[in-house]
Structure formats: structure tokens, C-alpha cells
Design a protein around this ligand. Structure first.
Ligand SMILES: [Zn+2]
Length: 173
């Protein structure tokens, strides 16, 4: 199990670096992240959330569609998007907070898989939602940053508490 770092940890505000080596180390890291995501009962987990500031994340498609498998999305980019939906989001790095977030409904994306193979795809629904949430982590953005000013103000105390606990835990390590 990898430790999931929380809101307030500066690594989560960094812009993740592109992946250039598609090697055994990457494969092992992805396997560990998939296990950590599943134990944490998350539907997605981005590398910065386990303190690796690199541009990739994992999605658990088994929670999205019948017969789906966990997969790794590497060096992702959104090429275009359209529509709009409001869906409740949560985050393993922002425990106990769940809020409605407005985002595009459909996205056209490109990314590489664990072998470095390039993919271009268009999809909507939950997978599009998770993809956008995780891609935000690679840019140092949290879902709570996308809430209205009023909502953010209401969450301020709770977020500060998460950050304080995270910094205390960092010092112990
Ligand atoms: Zn998240």
C-alpha cells in the first residue's frame, strides 16, 4: 500500500512532468497504485496523490462498466469537450468532502498506455468525469477549486484541518 497524500501537501499543487520511460518501474508503480486505489475504494488515483509528480493516473473501469478492468492513462490531454453535467465528486486526497461539480459531459482525449502506445478516444459519462478529475491532479487542481466562492468558503475550515493533519504527518515521516 502506498500512502495517499492529502490536501495541503505541496506536491499536489505541482504541475506533473511527462512520462518518458515506459519501463518495468512504471509498470510496478501502476500496479501498486491500482492496489492502493482499490483498497481505498477510489474510482481513480493520480500519481501526484502518491507523491509522484508525473503525468499519469489509474482508473478502475470495473466500477464503471460490466467487465471493465483497471487501466493506466499516461500523458493525457483533452483535445475537445462539450456538454455539461453536474455530478457529485469526492477525492482520496480530500477525505470526507463530497460536492456537486459542473464539468463538460463529453471529452475527446489522447493518452498513452503502459506500453507507450498512443490512443485517441471520445467518451462521456462517469469515465469522462473521472478522467477530468484525475487530469486536474496532474495540473495541481483539486475538485474543490472548481466550486463556487460561497461553497469554498463553507469548506474552508474543513480543508484547513485536512491540511494541518497532512503537514503534521509529513513531519513525522
Ligand atoms: Zn482526486
Amino acid at each position: 500500500m502506498m500512502r495517499i497524500i492529502k490536501y495541503g501537501n505541496p506536491i499536489l499543487r505541482m504541475k506533473a512532468k511527462p512520462v518518458t520511460e515506459f519501463d518495468e518501474e512504471l509498470r510496478q508503480t501502476i500496479d501498486d497504485m491500482i492496489e492502493t486505489m482499490q483498497v481505498g475504494e477510489g474510482i481513480g488515483l493520480a500519481a501526484p496523490q502518491v507523491a509522484i509528480s508525473k503525468a499519469f493516473f489509474v482508473i478502475d473501469n470495473s466500477l464503471i462498466e460490466e467487465g471493465g478492468q483497471p487501466e493506466a492513462i499516461i500523458n493525457p490531454e483533452i483535445l475537445s469537450s462539450n456538454g455539461e453535467s453536474i455530478i457529485e465528486e469526492g477525492c482520496l486526497s480530500v477525505p470526507e468532502i463530497r460536492e456537486d461539480v459542473k464539468r463538460p459531459d463529453f471529452i475527446k482525449v489522447k493518452y498513452q498506455d503502459v506500453d507507450g502506445k498512443m490512443h485517441e478516444e471520445e467518451f462521456g459519462g462517469v469515465r469522462a468525469r473521472v478522467f477530468q478529475h484525475e487530469l486536474d491532479h496532474l495540473k495541481g487542481i483539486f475538485f474543490v477549486d472548481r466550486l463556487g466562492a460561497m461553497k469554498r468558503k463553507l469548506l474552508q475550515k474543513q480543508l484547513r484541518q485536512i491540511a494541518e493533519e497532512e503537514m503534521a504527518e509529513r513531519v513525522e515521516v
